[in-house]
Design a protein around this ligand. Sequence first.
Ligand code: MSP
Length: 523
Amino acid sequence: MKEKFYITTPIYYPSNKFTLGNCYTTVICDTIARFNRKQGKDVFFLTGTDEHGQKISLSAEKAGKSEKQYLDEMIADAKALWSLLGITYDKFIRTTDDYHEKAVQKIFNKLYEKGYIYKGKYSGLYCTPCESFWTESQLVDGKCPDCGREVKLQEEEAYFFKLSEFSDKLLALYKENPTFLLPSTRVNEMVNNFIKPGLQDLCVSRTSVKWGVPVEFDPKHTIYVWIDALSNYITALGYESDDDSLFKKFWPADVHIIGKEIVRFHAIIWPAMLMALDLPLPKQIFGHGWMLFGGDKLSKSKTANVKECVDPRILAPRYSRDSVRYILLREIPFGSDGNYSTENFLTKFNADLCNNFGNLVSRTFSMLKKYFDSVVPAVKEYGANEIELQNKVLKEKDNVLAYMQSYDVSKAITSIFNIFSEANTYIQLAQPWAVAKQEGQEESLKAIMRSLLECIRLGCELLEPFMPDSSQKVLSALGIENKEFSNLDKFEGLKAGQKLSELSILFPRLDIAKELEELAKLS
Ligand code: MSP
């Protein structure tokens, strides 16, 4: 039986159109899902949207639409964006899906029946016109951050989840399983800042919020935020539905990939909920850093202030989806924050995609045409330079596999591009154009050309999950059409004697100043 692999993105709020920041997480997950499929695993990749709560109602109202109409339009836009970026999710869950709402009610009932949920009183700062509770830190000049009016201390009846009962179990979890949460720096933060000082019970229902799932046995209460949202990872698999075969097959998840601001919910509340439900915990949670735009996280509400062109709906059709995937995967050290700028995107496009990868491929293909009529040569013996190149490339390949084991996509794609750089350096060293002019050097020329072709073949096999379009284009010109990785350990993946097809330019060189001007007009 195939090894299974279950990976999830967070479910995003569709209170605004998705940004490049949301694309960051989704492209990472897609790459990891594609990579694991190429390793022969049975993969389930889940993404979706978190559609309940006051914020969604307000956004719909502002747009002059019903919640349903507003959400359906936003979800259509989200799905079009994922298709534009080549996201191969297996399921898209919406928390307004009927099966999810029913399962969440059952989960809530179960927790109540087991004594982990009780009725109490929630007190907070309330803005009556906005029907919203705020915390002290959310207020702006002591007033409601949405409408600027006075808030008053108010109490309402609410249900609470006994999170405080789970401190010891969570401490034991982090002690026994130090890689449950990655990068490991985030573990200290969870343990020292949140769990050790003592966890507070969590408010899990509101009577003041109407757009949400009602508590089945007390319907004036709406199930509030995290029980609804976090449960998606199991309800999407059919937990508490008529058909839970996917749940039985894929749970526990191999990894939840999330942004660092929601680590606390995934690393504390989610395991506690699962413990309370007697369910296995996910194997790993990875909290990545932020992509910063001019030092800012590009919180969706601030999008309008950003002068950069950061709309993937403009960038992907103009420069190819692979180039957008490239910058998202490469530029930010995985786990840390990193900056995005349009100028950097365009510079990297020219330097890495056009000069390094694109040029290697086009030079090699045109030399092969010139010297061997585009036919893959058979090699009797490799020389010392070729063997050195092979060793370097196979070492980079090992690095890629190891980095992907710990989900480090930025280091993995850097190693793949090192393969292309090594091959380019080797061309300068081997000087095939000079060898071609020498009498009796045909075998050497064959060894050079075959080495270059194998570098490209290996690099593109590894690159396919990251940049599927350009690598598939090259692989198909090389006559490689396997679904899973093959011949990664050797320099013999191509068939000698095979004639290669023509290949058009992969990434045409950009005039950066001109592009910046054009983009400023478009954004
Ligand atoms: N709905 C909750 C998540 C519930 S999961 C059970 C939520 N939604 S969100 O729409 O605000 O999406 C947040 C996620 O989007 C972050 O965790 C992160 O994965 C991604 N990002 C949004 N902007 C980002 C950056 N600028 N940089 C990196 N990731 C970003 O929170």
